[in-house]
Structures are given as structure tokens and as C-alpha cells.
Design a protein around this ligand. Structure first.
Ligand code: ADP
Ligand code: MG
Ligand code: MG
Length: 369
């Protein structure tokens, strides 16, 4: 829902934004929250802030979510400060409300809002153009996780329960097929079958976790490459953003989701999947960056499952798109009819390609350090 420009300025004013407010306009290409950039005049210099309305249909416990973000950014900032980086761009900085130290605005009419300092001199890329970008983004996500490895604060809130519990995602698909409220299942029988046939894949990571073979850590859980800001001048990863889903989880889920986005040579909703060949060069760059960023913290069993993780997370996402298509596109925003079905087909085509190249991908990471 678009917000009126003068109302936006009123909302921005509720936060500790310094200087004269000049403008507040929609910003970026995020799918989930509504994002705006606010510009203020600070003694003749334009200074920007990032204002966001949280999507509370998806994030049903926004206060717990904000507490997570405060804890996690506070932990990282403390560490970077001790390393001599007091005013760092390497972690998001929440701007509190003007009249209290609270870091969000929760208003029955206006909705749930937060504000960040704008990270200048860096940007996100919706489409990864070069392997170096994949390497840098993966390294940043790996480093983010290792910065949080010694977090000992209050236990983090589970923002979306069972977010990467793939068997439950498959169960949700089965329920949607059974209900089929819009009669759409007949358009996608082959896609449903594809998902159902891969029940064993769905259970692999939760199975390893249940056996105690892979540990739970603090993970990002939305490691699309457009959630890392890359420096305009050097291309290096500057800051991991979009922390709504930070919570306990599996490293392999973070890695697999990167594979899903970076190894896809097509746009996520491209219906012409005849040209779908998963990019091995991107996979190698991601694995190399992630191993460097996590600094040797990954266990051998985690390394061995990097390839499977890519297949699994791509499969999980395709399953979610298909479920949402069947249920009437209530979760993922669509801009045209059947877009979620196209997204599901695109993801499943990527799964096929990742599966058929499994040996080659394993070979690419065997000798990485
Ligand atoms: P969504 O959950 O909707 O993807 P994000 O938090 O990722 O929302 O924000 C959307 C976009 O806004 C990002 O892709 C990025 O380009 C930009 N952005 C987010 N936070 C900042 C920030 N602190 N500084 C500059 N740009 C930002
Ligand atoms: Mg985002
Ligand atoms: Mg997000």
C-alpha cells in the first residue's frame, strides 16, 4: 500500500533524523517490506536514512524481531569497536525514536516502522554480474556468521518458526494441493509431482541436524545476494543487511540459499527454462568466499553437504512458490498472473541442473581451503 508523501515525512520525523527533512520516497526492489529513503539537509549536506515499514503479515512478532536485530547489530558493533572501527559501515545502525530509546514505531494506524542509517558508497545488486561479486557476498555472509559465533546474549526469538524446515514446507504444499482453493492444481500436475518425488532430499539437512551431525548457529536465513551491500569503489562486501530472519539455524541453509540465487543464470521468474544451466563458476566462488568468511568454522560434514544444500534450498523455495501459487499468491508479491508458478518452475529447473552437475560441483570444491 503506497504511503502518502507528507505522511511519510511525519513518520520520519518520529525518528531521530537530524537536520531539515527534505524528502521521503520509495526505494529499492525489496519483495517483503516497504522501503523508503529519507533525505535531510544537515548544514547544507544531504544526509540519507533508510525508513522501512515492516510487513507484519509475514513477520507476526515484530517486537521480537526488532529485539533480535538490536542484539545482533549491538554484538557486532561492540566487536568492531574493539577492533578499532567505532563508526563502522559494516553493520546496520538502527535510529531510535526521537522521544525515546525505542528502535521502532508501532502504531495501530501507521503500521510498524523502523529507521536505519543509510549506508553510502555501496549498493546491492539484484542480478549478480561477476563471480567476484558472488565471492564477496558469500564472504560477507560467512563473516557475519563468524562475528556472531560467540554471541551470548539473550536467546534469539524464532521470527518465522520452522523457516527452513523443508519437510514441513513439503507438507504445506501437500495441504495446498488437497485444498486447491482456486482450482489451480490442474495447471501444475507435473510440478507437484516433481516436488513430491523429492521428499528424501527435503529431509536431508533436518535429518543431519536431528542426528547431531551439524550444529545450530546464528544464521541470516535470507542470504540473497541483494542482501549484501558491496562497496562502489572496491566491490568488497561492506555490510550484511535485511536482518529480519536472523535466528538460530543451519549454516548450510544460508549457503544453499546463496547457491539458489547466484547459480541461476536466469531471472527468478523467467518461464523459459530451456536455457537453465546452473553456473559452476558461481558455485565455486560462493564456496570459496563462504569458507574464507567463516574462517575454518565449518565442519567436514558441512563442507561435504555444500552441494546438496544448494539443491535443497532451491527445491524448498520452488516448493514455497508453488504452494503460494496454489493458495492464491498471498505470501510472495506478484506483478502478473501465474508469476509464482513461473518462479516455481524456474527453481525446479535449477534443481534439475544442480542435480545433474553434482559430481562436477563436488570436484570444484574438493581442493578449496
Ligand atoms: P526486503 O526485506 O524487502 O528485501 P531490505 O531490508 O533488503 O528489504 O531493503 C531493501 C533494499 O533497500 C536493499 O536491497 C538495499 O538496496 C536497500 N537498503 C536496505 N537497508 C539499507 C541501508 N541501511 N542503507 C542503504 N540501503 C539499504
Ligand atoms: Mg532484502
Ligand atoms: Mg527481507
Amino acid at each position: 500500500m503506497p504511503v502518502d508523501a507528507s505522511l511519510l515525512l511525519d513518520i520520519a520525523r518520529r525518528f531521530q533524523v537530524l537536520g531539515d527533512l527534505l524528502s521521503a520516497v520509495p526505494y529499492g526492489t525489496g519483495h517483503i517490506n516497504d522501503t523508503y529513503v529519507v533525505t535531510c539537509d544537515q548544514a547544507g549536506e544531504p544526509v540519507r536514512y533508510l525508513l522501512q515499514r515492516l510487513n507484519t503479515k509475514i513477520f507476526k512478532t515484530p517486537r521480537g524481531l526488532m529485539k533480535n536485530i538490536e542484539e545482533v547489530t549491538g554484538h557486532i558493533r561492540g566487536k568492531l569497536k574493539r577492533q578499532g572501527e567505532p563508526f563502522t559501515r559494516r553493520v546496520l545502525t538502527l535510529v531510535p525514536l526521537a522521544d525515546s530509546g525505542v528502535c521502532f514505531l508501532d502504531d495501530p494506524e501507521l503500521g510498524f516502522w523502523r529507521c536505519y542509517l543509510f549506508i553510502e558508497g555501496a549498493r546491492t545488486y539484484d542480478v549478480i554480474e561477476r563471480v567476484e561479486q558472488a565471492f564477496e557476498a558469500a564472504k560477507a555472509f560467512g563473516a557475519f556468521q563468524s562475528l556472531l559465533a560467540d554471541y551470548e546474549g539473550p536467546s534469539l526469538h524464532e521470527t518465522i518458526p520452522d523457516f527452513h524446515h523443508t519437510p514441513k514446507r513439503l507438507a504445506a504444499l501437500k495441504a495446498a494441493v488437497a485444498e486447491d482453493p482456486l482450482g489451480r492444481a490442474r495447471d501444475c500436475e507435473a510440478d507437484i509431482l516433481f516436488a513430491l518425488e523429492r521428499a528424501p532430499l527435503a529431509g536431508r539437512l533436518v535429518g543431519l541436524q536431528a542426528e547431531g551431525a551439524i550444529p545450530e548457529r546464528i544464521t541470516h536465513n535470507d542470504t540473497k545476494l541483494n542482501n549484501v551491500m558491496l562497496d562502489d569503489a572496491t566491490g568488497a562486501g561492506v555490510c550484511v543487511i535485511d536482518l529480519d530472519t536472523v535466528m538460530p539455524g543451519l549454516s548450510l541453509c544460508d549457503f544453499g540459499d546463496m547457491v539458489r540465487t547466484a547459480c541461476n543464470p536466469l531471472a527468478e521468474d523467467d518461464p523459459d527454462t530451456s536455457r537453465m544451466v546452473a553456473r559452476g563458476d558461481m558455485f565455486e566462488a560462493l564456496a570459496s568466499g563462504y569458507l574464507q568468511g567463516t574462517g575454518g568454522a565449518l565442519l567436514p560434514v558441512e563442507r561435504e553437504h555444500l552441494v546438496v544444500a544448494g539443491q535443497l534450498l532451491t527445491y524448498e523455495c520452488g516448493t514455497r512458490f508453488l504452494t503460494d501459487y496454489l493458495l492464491g499468491d498471498t505470501y510472495f508479491r506478484t506483478h502478473r498472473p501465474a508469476q509464482n508458478l513461473d518462479r516455481a518452475r524456474n527453481q525446479f529447473a535449477l534443481v534439475r541442473s544442480l542435480e545433474s552437475q553434482e559430481e562436477a560441483f563436488m570436484g570444484r570444491i574438493r581442493n578449496l581451503v
